[in-house]
Design a protein around this ligand. Structure first.
Ligand code: 9MR
Length: 571
């Protein structure tokens, strides 16, 4: 067992003054325990008795919860005391969530491929452009297909590196850029949104000052890449999208992007990638329309071509076996990708074809709110959430909106049944690779239900769930770099490899670690964590790629939720 510090667990970053405040004490006691809230001077400012919650299956711990929500005075350096133990310190306030809104999005700029990272914009993170054709890189400006896949090459420079590797994968880029654009759309539309917080000059980007919201400048860097992955007109499978582009063989750590000597290869097109392109390009068409109508039109054209190509080739699957030199991102069920793409195309065009497709799809009325959340492989919820959130003329829109609240009610039930209060209940208690993103994606459903209904229980559910990610958990640590007294900061990455080379930085503040993963698929985790209860299947070591990587689709979930939470400081 690792040393996890004091047995009283809190959100080590902080609690909103007008939000729920829950702590957790790990204890043998089964009767309620007295607790005290101390301010920074050590004075007792609140007290009460804890609530026994019983044995937590995700940690193997007996726990009790401490509700100090009635205390609402902003300040720093609070601690919670119970059972002879004092928690790590925390704040009551909201500034930290405003900072997290920006930091979780600032993560993307130094994740960019094809551009030098400027030190004036990210002090300590400057590095040369990766994969622009300068030796030893083979470059992404002229990438051939894998042998036998096609006989052309494409300029696919740019985009975001997927994670701690140098690969670029359309399905994972798809969900990530969608969630970033969706954070923007939510903020503009939501009752409690503060869209100006995402406006120009908010993220310190090369594009800042161009009168376009910085969040959209960042999204565009990825969307331009996704467009480049489309099979050109005149070629076999024209209109489809190549599934991915990455190294021919896996590389080791550390390795800066510009130092990667591996040949780069385009992998075969897939229906899943094609529909990710259709969905994100359709979304980009409406999101960018006020800022750059030509870019919007280019996206709409690509989206329609991708949709037609997917209809013509509906079952071209990416295989699990294609995992040499990069992730497989396999998927052999694309009904959910069709549904999501149809939803985005309908929302941007109002077209009858897309409306008819949606209304005929079994997924349109199915219960799609899985206890383990949506993911890059399972995207029906992305369509449903947008059909609920974004104004449209669907005849059953009221039912669509109600279905989001039904999903959110399921996640509230999961929180209530979880002694730590985590909105995540994977089958067989097997926590997945990237579980932190699954938790955040369920929080996005809760948050959307709050935006749609105004029912306080959903807001409470989101805010209490945030505690798990920021320290109220079995390991007593925050999973966001730079947030919380003890936080993940050695995430697996080839260039944030400070643990291996002191000249390199740790990941930037606001980087989310993948999180507890029952599968522990990497050798380091297998050596150190064998037999772990789910919450203990995590180690903040750069070698543990299956529990501790950083990734664009995980930070997009964090950013989306951080934006929502930052908007809640008004009440
Ligand atoms: O996030 C992906 C997870 O759902 C899969 O189970 C796992 C194994 O296939 O791959 C994860 O994605 C990784 C990708 O394959 C390569 N780049 C890093 C990604 C995050 O670990």
């Amino acid at each position: 067992m690792p040393d996890t510090g004091p047995r009283v667990r809190v959100n080590q970053v902080g609690y909103l003054p007008k939000g729920p405040k829950v702590g957790t004490v790990v204890t043998e006691a089964t009767d309620p325990l007295p607790w005290e809230l101390h301010n920074a001077a050590g004075a007792v400012v609140a007290r009460g008795a804890s609530t026994p919650r019983g044995l937590d299956a995700s940690s193997g711990q007996n726990v009790q919860s401490i509700d100090f929500g009635a205390y609402a005075t902003a300040g720093t350096g609070y601690t919670l005391v119970a059972d002879g133990e004092t928690s790590r310190p925390f704040d009551i306030g909201s500034d930290f969530y405003e900072k997290l809104r920006a930091d979780s999005l600032k993560f993307y700029y130094p994740q960019r491929s094809g551009i030098a990272i400027r030190d004036d914009l990210r002090p300590g993170y400057a590095r040369p452009a990766g994969h622009v054709g300068v030796a030893p890189n083979k470059g992404d400006t002229d990438v051939p297909c894998q042998p036998g896949v096609c006989d052309y090459s494409l300029n696919v420079a740019g985009g975001w590196y997927d994670a701690g590797d140098h690969g670029k994968y359309v399905v994972n880029g798809g969900i990530a850029v969608h969630q970033v654009m969706s954070e923007y759309e939510r903020s503009v539309l939501a009752r409690t949104g503060e869209p100006w917080k995402l406006w120009d000059n908010t993220l310190a980007l090369p594009e800042s000052g161009n009168r376009v919201p910085d969040i959209l400048d960042e999204a565009r860097w990825e969307q331009e890449f996704l467009l480049k992955m489309q099979v050109p007109a005149g070629q076999p499978l024209a209109g489809m999208a190549h599934h991915k582009i990455h190294d021919a063989a896996w590389t080791g750590l550390p390795l800066l992007p510009d130092q990667d000597p591996q040949p780069r290869e385009l992998h075969a097109p897939s229906t899943a990638a094609t529909l990710n392109l259709a969905a994100t390009a359709a979304q980009a068409a409406r999101v960018f329309l006020p800022y750059d109508p030509a870019f919007a039109a280019r996206n709409l054209k690509a989206a329609k071509a991708a949709w037609a190509a997917a209809k013509a080739h509906p079952a071209v699957y990416a295989l699990a076996s294609d995992g040499t030199g990069g992730g497989a991102y396999e998927d052999n069920n694309v009904s959910d990708e069709f549904y999501w793409a149809a939803a985005e195309l309908y929302l941007s065009t109002g077209g009858k074809e897309f409306k008819d497709y949606l209304l005929a799809s079994p997924l349109h009325t199915a219960d799609i709110w899985a206890p383990d959340g949506f993911s890059w492989q399972s995207v029906a919820a992305l369509g449903r959430l947008d059909l609920a959130r974004i104004p449209n003329a669907l005849p059953d829109r009221a039912r669509v909106r109600a279905s989001v609240a039904q999903g959110a009610d399921r996640y509230l039930g999961i929180i209530a049944a979880s002694p730590y209060g985590v909105p995540y209940a994977p089958a067989g208690n097997q926590w997945a690779w990237g579980s932190n993103s699954s938790i955040l994606n369920n929080m996005e459903v809760l948050a959307t239900a709050y935006d749609l209904t105004g029912a306080a229980k959903y807001r409470t559910g989101v805010l209490e769930s945030m505690d798990y990610l920021l320290g109220r958990n079995a390991l007593n640590q925050s999973y966001v770099t730079g947030y919380g007294e003890v936080n993940s900061h050695n995430e697996h990455s080839r260039w944030y490899a400070h643990e291996l080379n002191a000249d390199l930085p740790n990941p930037p503040v606001g980087t989310l670690a993948g999180g507890a993963n029952s599968g522990i698929q990497d050798p380091l985790a297998q050596a150190k964590l064998a037999g772990c209860a789910p919450q203990f299947c995590y180690i903040d070591d750069i070698e543990s790629y299956s529990t501790n990587e950083e990734a664009i689709n995980w930070n997009s979930a964090l950013a989306w939720v951080a934006g929502f939470v930052a908007d809640q400081d008004n009440g």
